[in-house]
Design a protein around this ligand. Structure first.
Ligand code: GNR
Ligand code: NI
Length: 174
């Protein structure tokens, strides 16, 4: 298992659309193992393959409350089959937009169909943090980031902060 490098805004790859997985084989499972390790290392509660530069429709998540009890989830080709018309607001963050948080409104519940780690078809009902996280991750697969829901002013401020931090970090690393 390898911890991969997470792409940071404004990397243009983050704006690309990911492609469906055709077959769930050992390579895909190895990739999901790396994604989960990268997510726990970050640490985060979700990670889309595009965040490590791989344009495949794959998401890993763990929204368990107790850190000792791991509840990893693997979602391949996830699709929203239903969403509630009631919204909920959560303070969201993103590993590709480090240290920036904003309240975002999304449907409070949704149903998702996807393929699991073994390529088996599954369908789940999601609510609370799980529903928020799944929608955040499916957005990544379509090149959408949580800041896209903010006003232009708020979005510009975050993009500027991240670009500045990124340049400073690059100077130190070099
Ligand atoms: O770690 C993460 N936390 C989080 C909090 C609220 C809403 C969504 C998220 S997902 C984020 C990890 C990430 O960037 N996934 O793409
Ligand atoms: Ni994210």
């Amino acid at each position: 298992m390898n911890i991969r490098k997470i792409l940071i805004l404004p990397d243009p790859v983050l704006r690309k659309k990911s492609l469906p997985v055709k077959k769930v084989d050992k390579d895909i499972q190895n990739l999901m193992d790396d994604m989960l390790a990268t997510m726990y290392d970050a640490p985060g509660i979700g990670l889309a393959a595009i965040q490590i530069g791989i344009l495949k429709r794959i998401v890993v998540m763990d929204v368990s409350k107790e850190p000792e009890k791991k509840e990893p989830m693997y979602l391949i080709n996830p699709e929203i089959t239903w969403k509630s018309n009631v919204n909920a607001s959560y303070e969201e963050g993103c590993l590709s937009i480090p240290n920036q948080f904003a309240k975002i409104e999304r449907p409070d519940k949704c149903n998702i169909k996807y393929l699991d780690y073994y390529g088996k078809k599954r369908e789940i009902k999601a609510e609370g943090l799980l529903a928020t996280c799944i929608q955040h991750e499916i957005d990544h697969l379509n090149g959408i980031l949580f800041i896209d829901y903010l006003s232009k002013l708020k979005k510009d401020i975050i993009v500027k902060k991240i670009s500045k931090n990124k340049k400073e970090l690059e100077r130190i690393v070099v």
